[in-house]
Design a protein around this ligand. Structure first.
Ligand SMILES: [Zn+2]
Length: 340
């Protein structure tokens, strides 16, 4: 075999450049094979040495071997670098087919859910949602609602009195007055919010409750409107046919007043422990707004009339989810809350 006439120094330079450019392990192996493989250019040079005269052979052999070592060395160096970064890649490699870890998400409190449901239904019937202060004056909570200082109703709605003449409101009805003072009829609003009672707690009593008040004022708003609105509300809230019933009752701020019952959603009106075998569950108080309350709110009772109602969101949620102890809502007990 005739020795290839190769300039060893330019071969070395070429090899060095190609090693530098090699983008990955495979590229590096290609360079290795090109120069140092079985049929590599440098290998062939080394093989052809034996055909040279001794003097030339020694000289060229020495140089060729030096170049071989150099090329081997830089290829090995670069190989190490590729292997290290390849190893890192393996460590950081993510298996996208492994099922993900689900983050623990919270959810809405049952009372918040019920409140939003109620708001949505009334809003779809044209009612606005209005809010007011929880720390209320005696005037708005009692006097303006036709409950003067010596009125026995103040005992039924005993509350927490704060410094500075304020008290924790016992109902959201004061917001009716605040709203009528600032807005001209016709009016259609609901008022959800927290209310407070100074009383001992038991499965059906709490010192803090969620209440929704409703108010509709116009020239000729009557009990008929109320029956239609509240009937539609119950049907949509419980998502089934629910009958409602009005019976005479007493509230200082309405005249006439009535309690609002619905046919028991648990037994359908046949009688069960929830409805105490009566088939009916009392859910709300309502009535035509007392002329004195209209006057106290700056409206002339000769020109305007309307109805108001109030019910406890807690009671509504208890009926909807069949909960038998009102205290569970604010107990912070996750065994209870996680069921929703
Ligand atoms: Zn029942």
């Amino acid at each position: 075999m005739k020795a290839p006439k190769l300039n060893l120094k330019s071969l070395k330079n070429k090899a060095q450049k190609e090693i530098k450019k090699a983008p990955d392990l495979k590229g590096l192996n290609d360079v290795f094979n090109k120069y140092l493989g079985k049929r590599g250019q440098l290998t062939q040079v080394l093989r052809s040495l034996k055909d040279l005269p001794e003097k030339k052979r020694k000289k060229r052999g020495k140089l060729a071997n030096e170049i071989r070592r150099e090329i081997e060395e830089i290829i090995n160096e670069k190989r190490k670098k590729f292997k290290v970064s390849g190893f890192k890649l393996q460590e950081e490699w993510i298996d996208i087919t492994v099922p993900g870890k689900k983050p623990i998400l919270g959810h809405l409190h049952p009372l918040t859910k019920v409140k939003r449901d109620v708001e949505e239904i009334f809003q779809s019937m044209g009612f606005s949602v209005v809010e007011g202060p929880e720390a209320e004056t005696e005037w708005y909570n009692f006097d303006a609602l036709n409950i003067p200082k010596e009125h026995p109703a103040r005992d039924a709605w005993d509350t927490f009195y704060l410094k500075g003449g304020l008290l924790l409101r016992t109902h959201t009805t004061p917001v009716d007055v605040r709203f009528m003072e600032k807005n001209n009829p016709p009016l259609r609003i609901i008022i959800p919010g927290n209310v407070f009672r100074h009383e001992a707690t038991d499965p059906s009593h709490e010192f803090q409750l969620c209440q929704v008040d409703g108010l509709m004022i116009g020239k000729d708003i009557s009990v008929t409107n109320f029956k239609a609105v509240i009937g539609e509300f119950f049907r949509r809230f419980f998502q089934k046919e629910v009958r409602s019933r009005l019976r005479p009752d007493f509230f200082p701020f309405t005249e006439p007043s009535f309690d609002v019952s619905i046919s028991c959603v648990v037994c359908g009106g046949e009688g069960c422990p929830t409805c105490k075998n009566s088939g009916w569950v009392e859910l709300a108080g309502a009535g035509m707004i007392h002329p004195n309350v209209l006057k106290n709110s700056g409206l002339n009772p000769k020109n305007w009339q309307g109805w108001a109602f109030g019910f406890g969101l807690d009671r509504l949620a208890m009926m909807k989810y069949k909960i038998d102890d009102i205290r569970l809502f604010r107990s912070g007990d996750l065994r209870f809350l996680n069921q929703f």
